[in-house]
Design a protein around this ligand. Sequence first.
Ligand SMILES: Nc1ncnc2c1ncn2[C@@H]1O[C@H](COP(=O)(O)OP(=O)(O)OP(=O)(O)O)[C@@H](O)[C@H]1O
Ligand SMILES: [Mg+2]
Length: 368
Amino acid sequence: MKPEYYIGLMSGTSLDSVDAVLVSFVPEFQLHASLSYPLPATLRQQILTLNHCGPNEIDQLGSLDVALGRLFADAANALLTHSNFLAKQVCAIGSHGQTIRHRPERHFSLQIGDPSCIAEQTGITTVADFRRRDLAAGGQGAPLVPAFHQALFGKPGQDRVVVNLGGMANITLLPGHEDLPVLGYDTGPGNVLMDSWIRQQRGLDYDRDGNWASSGQVQPELLKRMLEHPYFQRKPPKSTGREQFDLPWLQQMLDTLDEAPSPENIQATLLELTAVSLAQAIDQHGLNHPRLFLCGGGSHNRALQNRLQHHLPDTEITSTEALGLAPDWVEAAAFAWFAMRTLNRQTSSLAAVTGAQGNRILGAIYPA
Ligand SMILES: Nc1ncnc2c1ncn2[C@@H]1O[C@H](COP(=O)(O)OP(=O)(O)OP(=O)(O)O)[C@@H](O)[C@H]1O
Ligand SMILES: [Mg+2]
């Protein structure tokens, strides 16, 4: 069978870069090219501004929508140039867009990056706006990746867990027994608090390998207070974002303490928060000696991986590299897969994961 090529574009909560992949799914999954396309600092700042309520939002939203659409198109075109593929060889682009507000409790989630600009500038059919159909069907609109994880990483007879360590952390539970449903949800913050803290304190984008966190000591009282956030106690389906876990929230937690911990001790505690909340979430499902596969940028954080292993001593932890897909490209590949599913009129949400009334065909198609 001749392979059909798809492009996936992903720009996540971390605002680190736009991830672009060129993949095919038949006869089996193959990653042909990948590219991390820089997100200019001015756009990054505009996204952060729109993440929170403020004045003149509609004009800001309109301009940023177009600027991001153009940037995503540039990323797709750069990927084609870099891989010597032509636009006419690609069936479709699946573009997640940039989330600027995720409020499932109010039944909306807003991703921007005008898909019309992408279709216009690339000449490739573009599929986008994947989350809202699931919200319309009563779901959280997130996480969407579990269906892709199931298709690519599921294995009969073996319980597997896929952990995506992006800005937020989300898990997919893939039971080895086919009668059991696939589950998945956001467990809480992934890298977002650690990134924000090191940026504010030291002007760095992120804590490489968790080295700064490793130089500090976990503060039990601070950890305890952070774990009291109602999000951690809530039962799935659930999803979260910067709306709930951001620096103002961290500051509120710090204000409850008698004495402020040192910056590196705070970083150590933020790393521990990600590890503990993940481990607690995974533990409660009583899986049978699951194998755990990490993906997302946080999979490179060695200190975080060590703490996760510490809290899950009986679980073998590796990255999705062991399953044939490097951890940095899983999310972008998922959106290429969603585009293919949508063009084929196939569903790609899992109602058991998002809480929707049923599985749905996701997204809107912007023809080439
Ligand atoms: N070597 C490293 N050590 C520690 N952290 C790293 C390293 N490399 C990447 N990261 C972390 O990974 C983050 C980027 O991860 P990723 O791109 O998966 O997240 P994202 O864009 O928020 O995606 P999504 O929201 O879709 O999951 C960086 O902001 C940083 O925190
Ligand atoms: Mg990213």
